[in-house]
Design a protein around this ligand. Structure first.
Ligand code: NAP
Length: 454
């Protein structure tokens, strides 16, 4: 994959970048190792000041940054502005809370003093995806920098401008040189960075294949990993739900970010007592969405980020159609330049279809009819993924049943799954392991040191 900005709305290559050569990568690793020695001794107050300055700079540049993201990966301009604002908020939140999350924890024992202290690990490599090109990086970088760690970013090859912008933002905000650097390297260069003794740990957000390969290399080098991989989140609608809300939020949950979110609702499971009403209203709302230029304010769905991604979505839908699924709306890529795929709803899914086991990374919803609540829970868990789940019910017993029984990292009741700095984010099963955000997230890349003073 070339390192380049290709506008997915037009298919035009706007800018290409030379990858960093071996000497440049070596210089960046050396600078990271050097910065790690002094940066870990900076105070929380210093780091917080720089993080808040980064938030202020970002807030002052939202339209420019948003346009850059829309041009690189096709998300609507409105959602890109929202993402930039969310990043500024995340920086402020970690600036405010890091010190208390990493405070010493005195422990009762026979010692005169015994406690757990949290210390930074040093340089951490972050391999990141293009779908939320700013937020995915920020939710790693904000806690990492606040903890005293050093960030090395290998971003997706199709968002190089955003990748370089982030490095520049942290420098302008006052973080010491080397505290956060962007490596313009292909995926094939990742293993060498992980193996380098100066790098202490690695976090990856992306596909299962990338996660497997990074974890293999890190395993051989005995280095800590956090993996945030794919999902096929269920969205369960039970008879006591407010159906209008469930339909409205369900559509957003599926098509947000042009359908390219790990925590998008992908499998809609409705109880048979409300299935028909849900299907009718949901298909009507999906079919009514406007697809087009992501810079136009009226556009609700822009292009998919990559031609290969659009082709993969089309192949998954075609496979389902060939095996007898009912396409209730959409189902054919749109003509013309750009990588557009229409909102699509599919019912009649059988286990032999690829969509039954694979993630569909585009605006395609799968509908399932459940016999009762227990059957809905069984269907929700009938997947190799385990990222998030959304459940719609006003019945207390059902709420407990699903909160307890869903095999996922995050359950949202009467709301869509979302990421927020206050709550840990991460998955179970093939969706990965480890957590980002909140206190758990900042501690993932800190060493817990036990101290005993006799
Ligand atoms: P991807 O192909 O795995 O790319 C993600 C990152 O990994 C990119 O920087 C990519 O670099 C790199 N990469 C790819 N193969 C690699 C390998 N073998 N070794 C090392 N690095 C490698 O993922 P994607 O298709 O762009 O992103 C979509 C996926 O990410 C979906 O499955 C989605 O669900 C998942 N995702 C998960 C979360 C979460 O928090 N759980 C959040 C967002 C997205 P290149 O671009 O240079 O190939």
């Amino acid at each position: 994959v070339p390192i380049a900005t290709v506008n997915p709305a037009t298919g035009k290559t706007e800018q290409t970048f030379d990858p960093h050569d071996d000497d440049e990568v070596e210089a960046k690793l050396a600078r990271a190792a050097e910065a790690a020695v002094t940066y870990r001794r900076t105070t929380f107050a210093d780091r917080a000041r720089w993080a808040v300055t980064a938030a202020e700079l970002l807030e002052g540049e939202i339209p420019t940054v948003a346009r850059m993201m829309t041009t690189e990966m096709g998300k609507t301009f409105a959602s890109a502005k929202g993402e930039a604002a969310k990043c500024a908020k995340g920086l402020r939140w970690f600036a405010e809370h890091a010190e208390s999350f990493l405070a010493d924890e005195p422990v009762e024992s026979d010692a005169a003093d015994s406690r757990v202290i949290w210390q930074p690990m040093g340089p951490v490599l972050a391999v990141m995806p293009w779908n939320f090109p700013l937020w995915q990086v920020m939710r790693f970088a904000a806690p990492a920098l606040m903890a005293g760690n050093i960030g090395l970013l290998k971003h997706a090859s199709n968002v190089p401008q955003t990748a370089l912008f982030i490095e520049d933002l942290f420098l302008r905000a006052g973080f010491p040189s080397g505290a956060f650097q962007t490596l313009l390297i292909p995926a094939s260069g990742v293993a060498g960075i992980i193996e380098d003794p100066r790098v202490r740990a690695v976090t990856l957000t992306g596909s299962e294949d990338a996660g497997r390969s990074v974890a293999e290399t890190a395993g051989r080098a005995i280095k800590k990993t956090v993996l945030e991989l794919g999902g096929s989140d269920p969205f369960v609608v039970l008879p006591s739900a407010d159906l209008d809300d469930a339909v409205r939020v369900g559509v957003t949950a599926r098509v947000q970010n042009n359908g390219q979110s790990c925590i998008a609702a992908k499998r809609f499971i409705a109880h048979r007592d409300c299935y028909d009403a849900f299907e009718e209203a949901f298909v009507k709302s999906m079919a009514a969405l406007s697809v087009g230029d992501p810079l136009e304010p009226a556009t609700e769905i822009g292009p998919l980020a990559l031609a290969s991604g659009r082709d993969e979505v089309a192949a998954l839908v075609d496979d389902a159609r060939d095996k007898g699924a009912h396409i209730l709306c959409g189902g054919t890529p749109l003509e013309g330049p750009g990588y557009f795929y229409p909102p699509t709803v599919i019912a009649g899914i059988t286990p032999d279809m690829r969509v039954a086991t694979e993630e569909v990374f585009g605006p395609v919803a799968l509908l399932h009819r459940a016999d009762d609540a227990a059957d809905a829970l069984r269907l929700a868990n009938d997947t190799g993924f385990g990222l998030g789940a959304s459940v719609w019910t006003h019945d207390d017993g059902e709420r407990r049943q699903f909160v307890e029984g869903l095999e996922v990292g995050m359950v949202f009741v009467n709301a869509m799954v979302a990421s927020t700095a206050e709550l840990p984010f991460g998955g179970t099963k093939r969706s990965g392991y480890g957590r980002e955000l909140a206190a758990l997230g900042i501690r993932e890349f800190c060493e817990a040191k036990s101290v005993w003073v006799a």
